[in-house]
Design a binder for this molecule. Structure first.
Ligand code: ATP
Ligand code: F6P
Length: 483
């Protein structure tokens, strides 16, 4: 990525080298020091160009990879400060479009000061241990960017990259404006939708009047044009910056669903054994038979691609699905090392300390000769990247693998991740939205063992309990015959 203004299509470059592996086997390991890097990502763009969306996505991705990331939203700071002033003076401030006009000198000064204060907080947070601080503001003039550049240059060891989102697609802009005025945005919560829309459009015009796209030489930046149709990279040096750029280049916002299911019940599941490469049980085979109907009923008209691991239980589960299939080694189940093929009871007998250590910190515990959940997260990074690029995908995976992918899409914390309840014989549909993900679960009416082992002493939350939602009944050929 060390190239000047290279224009990349979305299909492209190879993933950067992953960080060094974590050490510590069969015991609790301290959090790895992945990176000493400290980066300010300063957003650039008109209102309604997806800056907050991109900031949030980048935060979720980098946090999933265990970097310390925080978004500093200047709009929020503006509202908080205005409330404090109003509480003192008794007079509410007017933040309608005229506040954002470059002719409004008082407000322009106030807005510049807010951006500077927010940057100060961000820099302090980086000095206190953060890795990536995202300055979520418009930063849409050269003057503003110069100020940011001069300030960050005073801090040795802190890198600055700008992320500009340019969008002139009227459909995308209209839908972003709709989202703003209909999603309870705090600037518009007390206004009718029509008034809010008119005001927000005027606000955009105020910014357009002074907007300067990045042309400054020597700035490090990524420019995303029309939601990833084209990306421009300039002076992106270093591991973390390249990784950020690569991720941003792969994002798209076309509506799509991500389906996930564990393989059908395997013979090892029935015997309570972990790992291995066992075939499906008779009930698992039935799940493989009903899966095509379960999927067809819930995907609509879309073209879907099925991803499996290289292990036979996922391949057998997918065997009747009439779609294009792809096998990923990275989707293989968490490697249980010397415990592969054992039951949890056998592990407790043979490796009692290991067993206790795993209960104590399941995310970090690495099986002897095998992997930890943390290792799996690192190995799944290319899968996440590919999922961001793709449209509708169905993943037939394993318990630990689906937990990791699910945690990414729902932005769940590490300590919860290894306990997420992903029952057998259940299809999960995730629909990414601007902020977060909708979810539906469809349970096939075929019994299976429950392989979920809650943390000892932990009361399961309602969301951890097995789901019973079933949109309709699905029958195996055998059952249909009997009916
Ligand atoms: P504001 O300055 O008013 O806060 P914003 O630039 O932060 O606006 P968002 O609130 O992030 O805009 O807009 C959210 C919408 O942006 C989402 O609906 C999302 O689909 C869309 N979006 C995501 N990425 C992009 C992009 N690269 N270009 C344009 N729109 C995008
Ligand atoms: O029990 C099924 C299984 O897929 C095992 O092969 C794997 O080791 C385990 O789940 C992962 O779940 P946990 O991390 O809860 O032990």
């Amino acid at each position: 990525f060390d190239h000047e203004s290279a224009v990349n299509s979305r299909k492209g470059s190879a993933a950067p080298t992953p960080p060094p592996a974590v050490t510590g086997i069969g015991k609790k390991v301290a959090k790895p020091d992945y990176s000493e890097d400290k980066i300010v990502v300063a957003m650039v763009g008109l209102p309604a160009r997806g800056k907050s969306y991109l900031s949030n996505k980048l935060m979720i991705y980098m946090k999933w990879l265990e970097y310390e990331v925080k978004v500093f939203n200047v709009g929020q700071l503006r509202r908080t400060r205005a409330k404090q002033r109003a509480a003192q003076s008794g007079v509410a401030e007017d933040h309608t479009s005229s506040y954002f006009s470059h002719n409004n000198e008082t407000a322009t000064k106030l807005r510049d000061a807010l951006a500077e204060d927010s940057l100060e907080m961000l820099i302090q947070w980086l000095k206190d241990g953060g890795n990536v601080g995202i300055h979520d503001a418009t930063n849409s003039t050269r003057d503003r960017r110069n100020k940011i550049q001069r300030r960050v240059a005073k801090e040795p060891g802190i890198t600055l990259i700008f992320l500009e989102s340019v969008c002139d697609d009227p459909k995308v802009i209209a839908s972003n404006v709709d989202l703003k005025v209909s999603s309870g945005d705090p600037d518009y919560k007390d206004m009718s939708r029509e008034k809010a829309r008119a005001d927000f459009l005027r606000r955009i015009s105020e910014y357009e009047a002074v907007y300067e796209t990045i042309t400054e030489p020597k700035l490090s930046y990524v420019r995303i044009y029309n939601v990833g149709k084209e990306a421009t990279l300039s002076r992106m040096n270093g591991y973390l910056s390249s990784r950020i750029a690569f991720y941003l280049m792969n994002l798209h916002v076309k509506p799509r669903n991500i389906f996930m299911s564990r393989h059908g019940e395997s013979q090892y599941n029935v015997e309570g054994k972990i790992g291995g490469d066992a075939p499906l049980s008779a009930r698992g085979m039935k799940y493989a038979q009903v899966l095509p109907a379960l999927v067809k009923d819930n995907i609509g008209d879309c073209e879907i691609t099925v991803w499996t691991s290289t292990l036979q239980r996922t391949i057998q589960t997918a065997q009747n699905l009439p779609y294009q299939k792809l096998t990923w080694k990275s989707l293989d189940e968490l490697d249980a090392g010397v415990c592969d093929g054992m039951t949890y009871e056998e592990i407790e007998d043979e490796y009692p300390d290991d067993f206790a250590n795993r209960d104590d910190d399941k995310f970090n515990y690495r099986y002897r000769g095998g992997e930890s959940y943390r290792d799996v997260v690192v190995r799944l990074e290319p899968v996440i990247m590919e999922l961001e690029r793709q449209a509708d995908i169905l993943i037939i995976g394993h318990q630990a693998i689906i937990r990791c992918l699910y945690a990414y899409f729902h932005s769940l914390p590490q300590q919860e991740l290894p306990y997420i309840n992903i029952p057998l014989h259940t299809l999960i549909k995730l629909t990414p939205k601007a902020y977060g993900c909708d979810e539906e679960r469809y349970k096939a009416p075929i019994d299976a063992v429950d392989t979920h082992r809650p943390k000892p002493g932990m009361t399961p939350r309602v969301s951890d309990l097995p789901t019973t939602t079933s949109q309709r009944k699905y029958f195996t050929e055998e059952e249909k015959g009997k009916a």
